[in-house]
Design a binder for this molecule. Structure first.
Ligand code: NAD
Length: 487
């Protein structure tokens, strides 16, 4: 194994960013952030509490009520968003290094995520300029038009997987729409978020438009959700956290967008392009360390190709390179945190009693410390098994056979989640019918998980509430007022 790479100029401490200036917590409290390769603390972050959220929301409200941002022409805001995209792009290597160090993601994949973050800003810059609202005429009687206005202060709460990119997915449409924001990044991985402040200042975002408070979910996150001056919460994270936030948004009827967990199926029919399906289903669960909401973590395979698929899949999984996240050869790095590592390992132990272990099953050889997990494949997993039903969020996959289209659909839908689905078949009619009947917010037919930013992103059932993506994101961050004029 290569020596563990530590980026130069790592901060020893990171602070909040409130009203255009760095700030420590009023209480002075901090929390430790761990390096997932050594599990040693490498920096502290200010631990935000309700009083810090109060200050951040007050700054955001002041910038919304009296600042230029919500009143700017879309073109003016778009110019700034494009500058943000340029700055993110020009720092993509630094961003990827920090993200890799903080999260344990393989460096090549972290670089791709930094570039996606830049693209999110460009996309919403374009969209807000091209935004057109409806007008309805009743000839000779009435003209009615839609007047779109930013909602106000938006609270953005994000998880630790691909944190910088996921933050951009909320920040870009919120800012494009004219909202001001308070971001509460995940406490496991606050490092890359600390770069936003400089990027926004350099791009010309006025003070108070972007605010960031670090801290624990139950403290800073909870206070943000409950703050009366926060009009919207956009949340990405676990389903159980989403349910708590849902309850806490009820007083004051806050707007909510919830992007939650998943246990997405990849369905491989016998007539599929076997090699393409093999490649894609491996990538679908083992890229990003398996710590991805849309992971195809259940693979359903038609019985006539089942044995061959399982054998070939396990062979490939055993050859995946696990190692130091910074090594460009690494395909699976270190899981984010020892708590999460323990959770994934406990599912692997459960899996050993529920399915046939074909690959992995614990730590990879030679990696005795750090949160490393060998890509793990279980076959013959029954639909009621916990590893079939529950989100593991690591490099662990459950494979099961099916005999008919009906059985495949039943197995695919037989979980509480409904985020993504992947279908592999040469039969187009079957593919489209499957997409129609499957409980999933997003379906990829004969394809990797490739996003088109104009399409809806979100889940059904326990995977989420509401959809972002394209104009849906702008709809979420804006009010649509109807104006009626009698002629
Ligand atoms: P999490 O729910 O534990 O935490 C997410 C964020 O919520 C963190 O910032 C956390 O501090 C905060 N939080 C926790 N409790 C809170 C509370 N009571 N009030 C307010 N905020 C609170 O999730 P995680 O472990 O960081 O992320 C992994 C989960 O996110 C997985 O379930 C994954 O599927 C999901 N996810 C979903 C999507 C999607 O788009 N659907 C994308 C990425 C991740």
């Amino acid at each position: 194994m290569t020596a563990h790479y530590v980026p130069e100029n790592l901060p020893e401490h990171i602070r909040h960013y409130i009203g255009g200036a760095p700030a420590d917590s009023v209480s002075g409290e901090t929390f430790e952030v761990l390096d997932p390769v050594t599990n040693k603390p490498y920096m502290t972050a200010s631990a935000g509490k309700a009083e810090d959220i109060d200050l951040a929301v007050a700054a955001a409200k002041e910038a919304f009520d009296h600042g230029p941002w919500p009143k700017m022409l879309p073109r003016q805001r778009a110019r700034i968003l494009n500058k943000i995209a340029d700055l993110v792009e020009s720092r993509d290597k630094q961003l990827a290094e920090l993200e890799t160090f903080d999260t344990g993601l393989p460096i090549k994949q972290a670089l791709g995520q930094a570039q996606r973050a830049a693209e999110n800003f460009r996309f919403f810059a374009d969209l807000i300029v091209a935004q057109a609202d409806d007008t309805y005429k009743v000839p000779g009687k009435q003209v009615n038009y839609v007047n779109r206005k930013p909602v106000g202060v938006a609270g953005l709460i994000t998880p630790w997987n691909t944190p910088f990119m996921l933050e951009s997915w909320k920040l870009a449409p919120a800012l494009a729409s004219g909202c001001t924001v308070v971001l509460k990044p995940a406490e496991f991985t606050p490092l890359s978020a600390s770069l936003w402040a400089d990027i926004f200042r350099e791009a010309g975002v006025p003070d108070g438009v972007f605010n960031l408070v670090n801290g624990l979910g139950e403290e800073a996150g909870d206070a943000l959700v409950k703050h009366p001056d926060v009009r919207l919460i956009s949340f990405t994270g676990e389903t159980t956290t989403g349910e708590t936030i849902f309850r806490n948004c009820a007083p004051g009827l806050k707007g909510m967008s919830m992007e939650l967990g998943g246990k997405s199926p990849a369905v491989v029919f016998a007539d599929a392009d076997f090699e393409a399906a093999l490649d894609s289903t491996l990538f679908g669960v083992f890229s990003l360390n398996g710590e991805r909401c849309t992971a195809g973590s259940r693979i359903l395979v038609e019985r006539s190709i089942y044995e061959e698929f399982c054998t070939r899949y396990a062979e490939r999984a055993r050859n995946i390179v696990v190692g130091d996240p910074h090594d460009p050869a690494t395909e699976v790095g270190a899981l984010v945190h020892p708590e999460h590592f323990d959770k994934v390992m406990s599912y692997i132990e459960i899996g050993k009693t529920e399915g046939k272990l074909l690959a992995g099953g614990g730590r990879p050889e030679g990696l005795d410390t750090g949160n490393y997990v060998a890509p793990t494949v279980f076959a013959d997993v029954k639909p009621d098994a916990r590893i079939f039903q529950e989100e593991i969020f690591g490099p662990v996959v459950a494979i099961a056979p099916f005999d008919t289209d009906e059985e495949a659909l039943e197995l695919a839908n037989n979980v509480k989640y409904g985020l993504a689905a992947y279908v592999w078949t040469a039969d187009l009619t079957r593919a489209h019918n499957f997409a129609q009947n499957i409980d999933a917010g997003m379906v990829w037919l004969n394809s990797h998980n490739v996003r088109d930013l104009r399409t809806p992103f979100g889940g059904v059932k326990a995977s989420g509430l509401g959809h972002e993506g394209g104009y849906r994101s702008i709809d979420f961050y804006t009010e649509q007022q109807a104006v009626h004029i009698t002629l």
